[in-house]
Each structure stands twice: as C-alpha cells, then as structure tokens.
Design a protein around this ligand. Structure first.
Ligand code: GLY
Length: 431
C-alpha cells in the first residue's frame, strides 16, 4: 500500500502517524509534509495547492490512496482530478467541498435540509447588507463567504462594528475574493463542539466529538486563532446527542448535497454550538479533519485509517454508526511569539528525546535548516498530544511535555480541556 497525504501541518503529521500505526507496512508520502512526516516516509517538494503536480506525483509514485488534509486543494478540485485519473482519493469533490469554501452555499444547503443553524442573510453588495445590519440585534456575526484562512468569521459586539466589518470585506476587499460575498448571522451563546463524521455519501460513521480552543489566551481570552488545542472525548457529547447530530445535521446535509449532484465522500466536520436547550446548531461545516482536533482524535482510534481507504475505494461497509473511545487525549498547540498576527519565525526548537510514554509530538510549522537544526516556520509550530485514562491525566501529560520542549517565544495555553476537567470535578464533588 502506497499512500500520499496531501498537506504539511499538524493534522497531516497525525494522519501519517495513524497510517503507520494501522498499517506499518504502508509506504507513506507527504506533499509537502514537514520534518515530522519525514520521519515516517518521504516528503515530496510539492505544495498542497499545486493540484496538477500532485496528480502527476500520484501517478509517478504509483500511489494507491491519496488523503487530502487541507481545504484549499479540495476547493481547487484536487479530488476531482484524482478521481478522473482513476486514483482512489479520500476527500470530497470541488462541488461538495463548497460546504466549506462557500459559507453562503452551506447556509443554503442547511436551510433547504432543515438543519438547525443561526438565522442569517447573504449579501454581495454593501447597501443591502448595511440596511440589514441596522435592523439586527447585537451582538452579531459577519462572515466572509469564501476561504479566509481562519480570519473570515468576525463576532461584532455592535451594529457599528458589524457595518465596519461588512464594508471592509465587501467594499474595501479586506479579504480579497473570500469577502466578496458575506453572511450576516445571529450570534448564539453556548458551548462549541466539533463533530467529525466519515461518509461515502450514503453511510455515516460519527467519530467521537472533540472540543477546540480557538482563543489565544487561557480561560478563552484574547484573539481568535486557528486553534490552540483540542481534547477528546467531550462529556457533553453523549451518545444521544451524537445520534441527534447524525439525524438532524449530518444525514440531511449529505442527502441535500447528493440531491444537488454533489455526493460527499470524505470527512464532514460540523462546527456546532449547543444552545441553551441543547439543540446542536451548525456554525460552520468544514470539508476535512479539524486541526488540532485530528491530533487529539486520531491517536484514540486504532484502525480508523482503514475506513479512509475503503471509502476512497468505494468498498466501505462500516457496519456501525459511531466509533467510541476508551481513553482520552489532549493536544496542546505550541505557537510562535506574535501568533496569530505576526509570528516570529526562525527560532531553533529542542524536542527532548525522553518525553514520557503516552506523549506524541506532531509537527506543524517547522523546518530543518541545512545543518539539520529544527526551526520555527509557522505560527502554530507543534501539537503536543498527551494520552491518558482521563482528560485530566492526558492534559497533565501534554502540559509536562510542553514545558520540556524549548524554543524562543514559545507560546501556549496550559488549560486545554479545562471545561471537561471542571465538569468531571463538579461531578466527583456531587457523588
Ligand atoms: N480547529 C478548527 C479547524 O480545523 O477549522
């Protein structure tokens, strides 16, 4: 089995690691990969979005299975090209990936399918958007419809702030093409949850839920980031809730996409807000594994990559609707100084060899200089996953490793999983 993982972040390192765990005999390639994936296989010097070159590489290296990590190559049609070339690929077509690459399309799909989601309107001209915002309750959310690298959703405390954001996107081109169309959305209070499901367009296998920590600072303070850490499992994601998400969110969405001629194969990621009454409202869909959710979820699911291969091959019969976990994982992101606005790059990184068993270090923004020194190359540098019998134990293991890994400007949260640990503490105190 020769497998290519497309992408070069922490999620892709976790995918390569899970592939080798599940099939040690597999030959793994990554494009472009990173110093972590280089320890597991061969990195190809091809950017993930260079779709023509990726297809050529798949043919040249006789790849049996391509797994596409990030959204950009999916939105650019990589899966379509690979399928057209007769190559098994795990990842949705360009048309189905619009569930992430167009927030306006996703909202339309949800409305047609009756999926719970905050009320919203879509605009591509400024004056009607401003008129709608003037009559909207505060706070409210303004979202760029296109892919904006995690910068597209702006929570606005006031209508004035929302008007400024809408103007910046629609009139001033602040986010380029991504902001030429916007969604103005009702703000919902509650707890967020990431529910990821594997699907072949017909069957659905719901993975254990995870919770991301989007804010930079401890206690969920500070600016939004791509994600500072994630943990799994999440106590509030009961079997009953996940059944509800499958029935009310995932199944209708996949059915509606198929009805529109965009049958979905891959992982569908529902970013949910659990409102006061427990209803799972979809804030966004992603057409891929979450990052850093993958670094927490994949280590807990031995054998999971078999499903990806079978979905790609069209032979998938999962025989169940959910996968459960018996252990816990907490993944903490080590970021560069200045992240997310202006990360400082280049610092040398030291990862001790003797980290505690049950600790996994996934590379994200790293590179090796010509002398072989590992250095900071991006805002999110490493994802450090601790495993344990409980979230608290996993968090301790992750935090201990984060303490020992060294680079100048190392920035991270020491409270990943805090909601779950508090919940468990409260439960223990009651019993
Ligand atoms: N963790 C959020 C994302 O992957 O988009």
């Amino acid at each position: 089995m020769r497998v290519l993982v497309v992408g070069g972040g922490g999620r892709e390192h976790a995918l390569c690691w899970a592939l080798k765990r599940d099939a040690p005999e597999a030959t793994v390639f990554a494009a472009p990969g990173n110093p972590g994936t280089a320890q597991l296989g061969t990195n190809l010097r091809i950017a993930a979005v260079e779709v023509v070159k990726v297809v050529e590489a798949v043919q040249e290296h006789h790849i049996d299975l391509a797994i596409v990590g990030p959204e950009a190559p999916l939105a650019a049609g990589l899966a379509d090209r690979l399928r057209a070339a007769g190559r098994p690929v795990f990842g949705p077509t360009q048309a189905a990936a619009r569930i992430e690459s167009s927030k306006a399309f996703a909202k339309d799909v949800m409305q047609r399918a009756g999926v719970p989601t905050p009320a919203s309107r879509t605009f591509d001209t400024l004056d009607p958007a401003l008129a709608y915002i003037r009559g909207h309750a505060e706070p409210l959310v303004v979202k760029a419809s296109g892919l904006a690298g995690g910068k597209g959703a702006v929570v606005c405390a006031t209508r004035d702030a929302a008007a400024r954001t809408a103007r910046a996107m629609l009139a001033d081109g602040a986010l380029g093409d991504a902001g030429r169309e916007i969604v103005v959305e009702q703000f919902l209070e509650g707890e967020e949850l990431s529910v990821l499901a594997l699907t072949d367009g017909e069957r659905i296998l719901v993975l254990p839920a995870a919770q991301d920590h989007k804010r930079l600072g401890e206690g969920d303070a500070g600016p939004n980031t791509g994600g500072m850490g994630a943990y799994c499992p999440v106590g509030i994601a009961t079997d009953a809730l996940l059944d509800r998400v499958r029935e009310q969110v995932l199944e209708p969405t996949i059915r509606e996409l198929a009805a529109q001629g965009a049958s979905y194969q891959g992982v569908l990621y529902a970013g949910l807000m659990l409102a006061g009454d427990g209803t799972p409202h979809v804030l966004e869909f992603n057409c891929r594994f979450g990052d850093p959710e993958a670094q927490a979820v994949l280590p807990l699911l031995p054998g999971v990559t078999r499903h990806l291969g079978e979905i790609a091959a069209g032979s998938w019969r999962p025989g169940r609707t959910t996968l459960n976990v018996t252990r816990a994982a907490v993944s903490t992101v080590l970021a560069a100084a200045g992240y997310p606005d202006k990360p400082e790059l280049g610092a040398a990184i030291i990862v001790p060899r003797d980290l505690e068993p049950g600790t996994l270090v996934f590379h994200a923004g790293t590179y090796r200089d010509p002398d072989g020194t590992l250095r900071v190359q991006g805002g999110r540098v490493l994802s450090v996953t601790g495993l344990g019998d409980t979230v608290a134990e996993a968090a301790e293991r992750s935090a201990a490793a984060c303490e020992l890994i060294a680079f100048q400007g190392k920035t991270y949260r020491r409270d990943i999983g805090w909601r779950e640990i508090r919940r468990r503490g409260a439960r223990a105190a009651r019993s």
